[in-house]
Design a protein around this ligand. Structure first.
Ligand code: PLP
Length: 423
């Protein structure tokens, strides 16, 4: 019996022993095409020579230095690289070890910002239903995924959840996409006013919804309107790009395609591409300055902040994406992937929707296409699909739906940016 506390305790997992480009290979020699990048992580595949060398060089020189004693060259260089390419107004990077930590840091930065500027009553958070922002308690409370929250509700802070921008299920029959965006921005505004604008700290959203809905992009203009509403009431906008950022949807930051910036942006997954665990929170000059000119100290920290080897790996990943022109490739391959999925599945009786942007594509599964009826969650369709795909040597990322018809089972595809026709 394994002594590892696996997430599924009654399941046998194959043992992964080797990476080879977009493939993982198990101890029996079976090859798996990683069509989901694990969970939208492995954007450079599993054996990138440049990234491996950068890690080896860093480990051999100076693996780690605690951030309360030192800064390090890889941490400084990675921060410069990201800020040079970040949406307007973002000026500093707070490094952590993963996505949930990045979200926790963003929440605390928002809270501390308002304390520093003399508005300590601003502590209320608004996010969206059917969202996922991580599994630590603050991030879990922020997310609106009922299934993930259920058991832990008594431990979660109170967060308001407004409607997601989920056109497939929530666009009304008499509504254009633009009108839907107007309606949803008005819903956010109403919620801010209901709570009292002077009490609201931040609104949190994924530019392209990943784990809960499966590559759902917003309707045109939605995010610009959301940005305006936040600005009107002095509410911070936190964009969670942990899954959709770092090139996954065809631009380095997904916010670029919405034509907006944010006060805080969280990234992880594709940042280190799985070669090292790393995440980050990008912080606007406004927030940084308020803290720098106030207490001068962010009251939050982890042992592995700015881990030198993780930063060296992430820098090599990002340099590889840029120098090899992989963002253009993501757009090109993404268009091709969506066209192929539509060709093959658009008429399938159980495929309700095919959507996404770049190499971030989702298929939603239904029992009835006209009524958009989700499968009964008791069937655990997503688990069966994952198992069947693995048996065929394919990794994809299916997630379960809900019986109340708010979301169906879906399959998320997020392959490495290095795929070609031979794979
Ligand atoms: N935020 C989003 C949008 C995510 O998709 C995820 C993970 O899937 C997280 C946060 C949490 O990241 P991690 O699993 O690295 O803690």
């Amino acid at each position: 019996m394994s002594h590892v506390f696996h997430r599924h305790l009654n399941q046998d997992y194959p043992t992964a022993v080797k990476g080879d480009g977009p493939y993982l290979i198990d101890s029996q020699g079976r090859r798996y095409l990683d069509a989901s990048g694990g969970a939208a992580v492995s954007c450079l595949g599993h054996s990138d020579g440049d990234v491996i060398k950068a890690i080896q060089d860093q480990v051999g020189t100076m693996a780690y230095a605690h951030s309360s004693f030192f800064t390090s060259e890889p941490m400084e260089e990675l921060a410069d690289f990201l800020i040079d390419r970040a949406p307007e107004g973002l000026e500093s990077v707070y490094f952590v070890s993963g996505g949930s930590e990045a979200v926790e840091a963003a929440l605390k930065l928002a809270r501390q910002y308002f304390i520093e500027i003399g508005q300590p009553q601003r502590k209320h958070l608004i996010a969206r239903r059917q969202s996922y922002h991580g599994n630590t308690l603050g991030a879990l409370a922020t997310g609106g995924n009922a299934w993930r929250r259920q058991q832990f509700e008594p431990l979660l802070i109170n967060v308001s959840h407004v409607s997601p921008c989920y056109a497939y299920r929530e666009q009304r029959a008499d509504e254009t996409p633009e009108a839907m965006g107007v309606r949803l921005a008005a819903e956010l505004e109403e919620e801010i006013l209901r709570l009292g604008a002077e009490n609201v700290m931040a609104f949190v959203a994924e530019p392209v919804v990943g784990a809960t809905l499966g590559a759902v992009t917003a309707v045109p203009g939605y995010f610009k309107r959301i940005r305006e509403v936040c600005d009107r009431y002095g509410v911070l906008l936190i964009l969670d790009e942990v899954m959709c950022g770092m090139g996954r949807t065809g631009s380095l930051f997904a916010a670029e395609q919405e034509g907006i910036s944010a006060d805080l942006i969280t990234i992880a997954k594709g940042l280190g591409a799985g070669y090292q665990p790393i995440g980050a929170t990008l912080v606007s000059g406004k927030i940084r300055d308020a803290i720098a000119n106030g207490s001068g100290f962010f009251q939050h920290g982890h042992t592995y902040i700015g881990h030198a080897t993780a930063c060296a790996a992430a820098l090599a990943v990002q340099q590889a994406i840029e120098s090899r022109g992989l963002l253009a490739r993501v757009n090109h391959l993404g268009d091709g992937l969506q066209a192929r999925l539509k060709e093959r599945f658009a008429q399938h009786v159980n495929i309700g929707d095919i959507r996404g942007r770049g190499l971030f594509q989702g298929l939603e599964l239904v029992t009835d296409r006209t009524k958009k009826t989700p499968f009964d969650p008791a069937l655990k369709l997503h688990a069966r699909i994952k198992k069947a795909a693995m048996a065929e040597g394919l990794m994809c990322y299916p997630m379960g739906g809900t019986l109340d018809g708010r979301q169906g089972d879906h399959i998320l595809l997020a392959p490495p940016f290095i795929l070609d026709n031979t794979h």
